[in-house]
Design a protein around this ligand. Structure first.
Ligand code: HEM
Length: 380
């Protein structure tokens, strides 16, 4: 059986970059941006809008879905974006991520204890996903069950966002939004002051339902991404026993390990934009109204400027843009880094003899994120 795009998308991304750092795709009717500098230029350009969902979206027929996505600051431009992002920025600052260190440690330890002694463990389902949900639960300061349930519903939203023209996906996402609205509405009265969402409650200066919309956004943005980094990161190490051993024995610089894994297999492979006015990128003119897909995964491998882009090398100089760039730069980056570092360090140290069953590896398909659906290992 051949290797599918989902198993290894990098040969396809490489062929994109070999074509050009930026090109117009006739079939998809979108500019594809693959070069690192071109990607940075697009993401930092004020002529590029994140309000791309206005084009060809089947969400029109589903007001609850429209309203929810209409409230995500991820999909807004300044000045509205700036105002909403600012309400959470201080919470997400490096200081808060550092103070979460102990809580992240406790989440990881709990899930390591749960899998210890099991005959087989699914890296994705039994470890990466619950660790990501646990970390998110600490950010929102809610019980783990809330983020686990939210993740189930948000899978439909992710599928819709990956293919927003599909009516059936919009219908499923709208159902999910109903469920999520009840979940977060029920939580509001008991939300603690340490929740990232607390400042959004009862703030009359904010648009209505900002609390609900932002709860959805943070849950969406933090779950599959963090789980993806932990699961794929461990898998890539398992494929390279000498590197796995280095990490397990504490011989590797863990921050460099996490950055290299972010570069090597980027959890958010692409981000969309739409041009507000004509803009020239790498000599090509993007016209107002054109859609643009920034392929972070291609930009991170950066074959054009690197001879060993396909090698996992902790010592390389890092220039990855896995968390984006410009005004939408990921708010959760310090937390995601801390979570992945702790999970990868403690898993490898606890289970130095982990044995992968390669035939069980399944990659997520059509979710918009890069991550594992399952990968079974023996840890004993
Ligand atoms: C490995 C894990 C993660 C990766 C790779 C990642 C990646 C990204 C990227 C690429 C963007 C920019 C999207 C764009 O420009 O359109 C983004 C935005 C965002 N991320 Fe993350 N993310 C991760 C984890 C998290 C976590 C754990 C949280 C929250 C707890 C989070 C919250 C957000 C938010 C709120 C935004 C929107 C920022 C804005 O629009 O101003 N992310 N993330």
């Amino acid at each position: 059986m051949g290797v599918s795009f989902w198993d290894d998308p990098y040969p396809t991304y490489k062929s994109f970059q070999e074509r050009s750092a930026i090109f117009w795709d006739d079939a998809l009717e979108v500019w594809v941006v693959t070069g690192r500098d071109a990607a940075g230029t697009v993401l930092r350009s004020t002529a590029m809008s994140s309000d791309w969902l206005n084009i060809e979206s089947a969400s029109r027929e589903f007001p609850e879905l429209e309203q929810m996505l209409g409230g995500w600051f991820l999909l807004k431009d300044p000045p509205e974006h700036t105002r909403l992002r600012r309400t959470m920025q201080s919470w997400f600052s490096r200081g808060r991520a550092d103070s979460l260190t102990e809580e992240v440690q406790s989440v990881v330890s709990t899930h390591l204890d749960r899998v210890r002694g099991l005959p087989t463990v699914d890296l994705a389902r039994d470890f990466a996903a619950p660790v990501a949900s646990g970390i998110l639960a600490r950010v929102l300061d809610v019980p783990d069950e809330v983020t686990v349930t939210a993740a189930e519903h948000l899978a439909s939203v992710a599928r819709f966002l990956a293919q927003p023209y599909r009516r059936e996906f919009a219908a499923q996402a709208a159902d999910a939004v109903d469920q999520l609205n009840s979940l977060y509405r029920d939580l509001a009265p008991s939300l603690s002051r340490s929740s990232v969402l607390f400042p959004l409650l009862d703030d009359d200066s904010l648009p209505p339902d900002t609390y609900l919309h932002t709860a959805h956004l943070v849950s969406f943005a933090g779950q599959e991404t963090t789980a993806g980094l932990i699961g794929t990161g461990l898998l890539h190490l398992l494929h390279r026993p000498e590197l796995y051993k280095q990490v397990a024995e504490g011989q590797a610089d863990l921050e460099a390990v996490v950055e290299e894994l972010l570069r090597f297999d980027t959890p958010v492979p692409q981000v969309p934009r739409v041009a507000l006015s004509d803009v020239v990128v790498d000599g090509r003119t993007i016209r107002a109204g054109d859609r643009v897909l920034v392929v972070l995964a291609a930009a991170n491998r950066d074959w054009a400027n690197s001879e060993d882009a396909d090698v996992l090398d902790f010592a390389r100089e890092q220039k990855n843009i896995a968390f984006g760039a410009g005004v939408h730069y990921c708010l959760g980056a310090p937390i995601a880094r801390r979570g992945a570092l702790t999970a990868i360090r403690d898993w490898t140290a606890t289970f130095p003899e982990t044995l992968l069953s390669p035939e069980t590896v399944r990659w997520a398909v059509g979710t918009g994120n890069r991550g594992l659906e399952s990968a079974v290992v023996q840890v004993a």
